[in-house]
Write a protein that binds this ligand. Structure first.
Ligand code: ADP
Length: 253
């Protein structure tokens, strides 16, 4: 089955002063499934993620999402359109509980907003209750039900990563951009993370994942490899592992 790409990068370049961090990067992310982006340190992965999510602008080229160029859109506008990202270092609200953290992911779906919440109207109370119920269901889905009432600062690394994922999920993503979601995790925690990513993908949410982790990358159907700001290989994990340019980039052999 072929479908229109959800994300399309065309000739994307980025210069920092005289240094070209990205050079004419082109690839597409199909709708549905899991796509991977790999590359040695300094190859341009974070720069590309920052361009896709709108934190920085490219020097050249275009990024199209759902068939439209999005270069003019802010980070917030992209996130409202379903382009939601996580960060290499999990960003959780330490002093909020787990369920409250997940609730913050849904802020864009709430109608009455902060003012009505402060005024504590019946409508805003109903909305907050419904948002909390939905967030609790998400906590259970991400194996965080038992710690939903716990302060986020008390969570170990594996649960922090799952919490970040749960919060991003609560933002109704169409394209979820995950930056090193397994970094700092044990093998068992990586397996739990992999299960949740498969679950998210099974619901029709498209995932683009940046990772060094070969075990985690095994779940990507298609992988693009960056080296010195260029795509040097695209294909399945088996194809990428056999590719001479990739072996040279990673192992120098
Ligand atoms: P990766 O995420 O693959 O490790 P990055 O995208 O962080 O790579 O960096 C790619 C290259 O661009 C590196 O050489 C890095 O030093 C350089 N770089 C990234 N951001 C900046 C910046 N704001 N100013 C100057 N150089 C930068």
């Amino acid at each position: 089955m072929t479908s229109a790409p959800l994300l399309e990068l065309s000739e994307v370049g980025k210069n920092f002063g005289g240094f070209a961090a990205l050079k004419a990067v082109s690839f597409t992310v199909p709708t549905g499934g899991i796509t991977g982006l790999m590359g040695p340190n300094g190859s341009g992965k974070t720069t590309l993620f920052n361009i896709i999510s709108g934190f920085i602008a490219p020097s050249n080229g275009t990024v199209a999402y759902r068939g439209k160029a999005i270069g003019h859109q802010s980070v917030q506008e992209r996130s409202l359109d379903g382009l939601v990202r996580t960060f290499q270092t999990p960003k959780v609200f330490e002093r909020l509980t787990v369920v409250e953290n997940v609730m913050t992911g849904a802020y864009k779906k709430t109608r009455s907003g902060l003012m009505a919440g402060l005024l504590n109207t019946p409508a805003s109370r109903r909305e907050i209750d419904a948002t909390r119920e939905a967030a609790l269901a998400t906590c259970r889905k991400f194996d965080l039900g038992a710690v939903a009432g716990k302060q986020a600062s008390l969570l170990p690394a594996g649960q922090r990563r799952l919490l970040e994922l749960a919060r991003a999920y609560q933002g109704d993503p169409q394209l979820l951009l995950l930056d090193e979601p397994s970094s700092g995790l044990t093998t068992t925690e990586i397996e739990a993370m992999t299960d949740k990513l498969r679950l998210i993908a099974s619901e029709g949410i498209t995932i683009l994942i940046v990772s060094h982790d070969m075990d985690l990358m095994g779940i990507a159907e298609n992988i693009h490899v960056l080296d010195f700001g260029r795509i040097i290989c695209s294909g399945s994990m088996a194809e990428v592992q056999e590719n001479t340019a990739v072996r040279e980039a990673y192992l120098g052999v």
